[in-house]
Design a protein around this ligand. Structure first.
Ligand code: SAM
Length: 240
């Protein structure tokens, strides 16, 4: 049986709730996915869980859906932030997509000493990638994607109690060494050029920072994000 179309809507969801569709959403549902009146699809909005909704009005310029039953409650990922230095555009989109699938609560692009200035980011486009990833992977929560921020700025008002998994490429070949500390965490992965020595010293000096290895080989930044998320989720997250 073909899986139900899943659509993110920026609208409250609940029993008997009618949801108006934008032109783009109507085009996607009725033009691309060929749904018609009476069809049932799944809706998420990142807050109210997943709901069945029936097409009650289908048109070229819009339409209306009517929510019936909740099929999944809101399932929050662990309280895990991903801090990563933007890389080439399509790889940055990959990082955002994998972070949503693998479970993070917030995505924070950070400017580090060696982040290539050409690696500009469009937070709105990255947020759209996060929405698409949640629609595709069955998620009910969509992590917010922040504006690009300087690394030191992010640590200036760091929340009390949040630990940092600092993926430090100079530890290559060491055992991973992730400490078994429950609670809120963040993962930090550097850019193509890695971390500068001055940055590494500052990061090592932070009381909440734990430098870890991601194995015996240098990973590309996007590979390192997937590896770090896997290590953390399996040890401390909702995969354990
Ligand atoms: N200059 C190399 C390069 O361009 O491939 C190293 C940088 S690496 C791509 C980017 C980031 O991935 C590093 O800053 C680090 O956060 C992470 N990383 C890659 N391999 C790692 C390893 N074996 N141990 C820890 N972190 C690693």
């Amino acid at each position: 049986m073909a899986s139900k179309v899943r659509l993110f809507v920026d609208h409250p969801l609940g029993e008997g709730q009618s949801v108006p569709l934008s032109r783009e959403q109507a085009h996607y549902l009725f033009g691309v996915m060929r749904l018609g009146e009476g069809a049932v699809l799944s809706l998420i909005n990142g807050a109210d869980g997943e709901w069945d909704a029936q097409v009650v009005k289908a048109g070229k310029k819009g339409g209306v859906l009517l929510c019936s039953v909740q099929t999944k409650p809101l399932q929050m990922p662990p309280d895990l932030w991903l801090l990563f230095a933007p890389i080439r555009k399509e790889r940055t989109a990959f990082v955002v997509e994998k972070a949503v699938e693998m479970g993070v609560s917030r995505i924070c692009p950070v400017q580090t000493d060696f982040t290539q200035s050409a690696n500009r980011i469009r937070p709105d486009k990255l947020q759209a990638h996060a929405v698409e990833a949640a629609e595709q992977c069955g998620g009910t929560f969509v992590p917010p994607v922040d504006e690009l921020a300087k690394l030191d700025r992010v640590f200036a008002d760091w929340p009390e109690g949040r630990q940092l998994m600092f993926c430090d490429e100079v530890l290559i070949g060491d055992p991973v060494g992730l400490p078994d500390i429950q609670g809120p965490w963040a993962i930090l992965v550097g850019p193509e050029g890695g971390f500068s020595p001055a940055e590494r010293d500052r990061l090592r000096g932070l009381p909440f920072s734990h430098a870890v290895s991601l194995g015996p080989r240098i990973l590309r930044a996007d590979t390192a994000v997937v590896a770090a998320l896997t290590v953390w989720q399996q040890a401390l997250g909702d995969w354990a």
